[in-house]
Design a protein around this ligand. Structure first.
Ligand SMILES: Cc1cc2nc3c(=O)[nH]c(=O)nc-3n(C[C@H](O)[C@H](O)[C@H](O)COP(=O)(O)O)c2cc1C
Length: 228
């Protein structure tokens, strides 16, 4: 097996990409210092350099810095957790109580950003009623996923950019158990969906590195080219 040695400048930039990726950790504890509006604008400017399907940029970022609103959002999530607990197999209650704690870890952040997305129904608007329902459903799913994936890429950009701006951040989808209540709080129009909440602030912790499965564990090769 022959390996082409990496060009030294490429190797150096890979090392710096690695260091940059490693600098991203989910930060869930923040100082009480407010995050200036200009910094949030900078963060979102970096987020939206992400690619998007057909360059539709199907995203919006709703910013909440009012602690009363953030607390009300956490309270809506907590109510939904209680509601779910009321319908849970007793065996799961304790585990879900502690897992559910993670759904409100945005509560004390000085800033919460809520990325939202909206599907662009291009293809689904063009097909005729003669198209079978399952094909139509796949098209609609594709359009939905295109918007969701695009916005998730912007979210990852945001998470990766935060440490360079001196900020910490953590994505949360747990709160989406109360997505309807959150959408109402965030005055989200009906055609938009929440992707996640992102807690943002100046870090008051240095989270430990989390483990990852080896690439060989998550790779699946199709065909006969496994060896080179
Ligand atoms: C889609 C998504 C949803 C997440 N939801 C939550 C959440 O609801 N609450 C929470 O505390 N952390 C949440 N996290 C953070 C993960 O727990 C964290 O990314 C993971 O443990 C790896 O740690 P690291 O981000 O520091 O590498 C979420 C992360 C992602 C990507």
């Amino acid at each position: 097996m022959t390996h082409t040695p990496l060009d030294p400048s490429l190797a150096a930039s890979l090392t710096s990409i690695e260091a940059h990726f490693a600098a991203r950790r989910s930060v869930r504890r923040f100082t009480s210092a407010p995050v200036p509006r200009a910094l949030i604008e900078q963060l979102v400017s970096l987020a939206i350099t992400a690619p998007s399907a057909s360059n539709k940029q199907p995203w919006r970022f709703i910013v909440v810095r009012d602690p009363t609103v953030i607390r009300a959002m956490a309270s809506a999530v907590r109510s939904e957790i209680e509601h779910i607990l009321g319908h849970m197999d007793p065996l799961g209650v304790e585990a879900f109580r502690s897992y559910g704690e993670y759904f409100t870890r945005f509560e004390h952040a000085p800033c919460v950003i809520a990325p939202a997305y909206r599907a662009t129904p291009i293809l689904s608007q063009l097909v005729l009623p003669s198209l079978a329902a399952d094909s139509r459903a796949r098209i609609e799913r594709m359009e939905h996923q295109s918007a969701q994936v695009s916005t998730a890429l912007a979210l990852e950009n945001l998470l990766l950019a935060a440490p360079s701006l001196g900020l910490g951040a953590s994505a949360l989808t747990g709160p989406l158990v109360a997505a309807n209540a959150l959408a109402a709080r965030l005055e989200l129009p009906a055609s938009w969906e929440l992707l996640a909440l992102v807690a943002v602030g100046y870090p008051d912790e240095e989270p430990k590195k989390t483990e990852r499965k080896a690439a060989t564990h998550v790779l699946r090769w199709i065909g006969g080219d496994q060896e080179s």
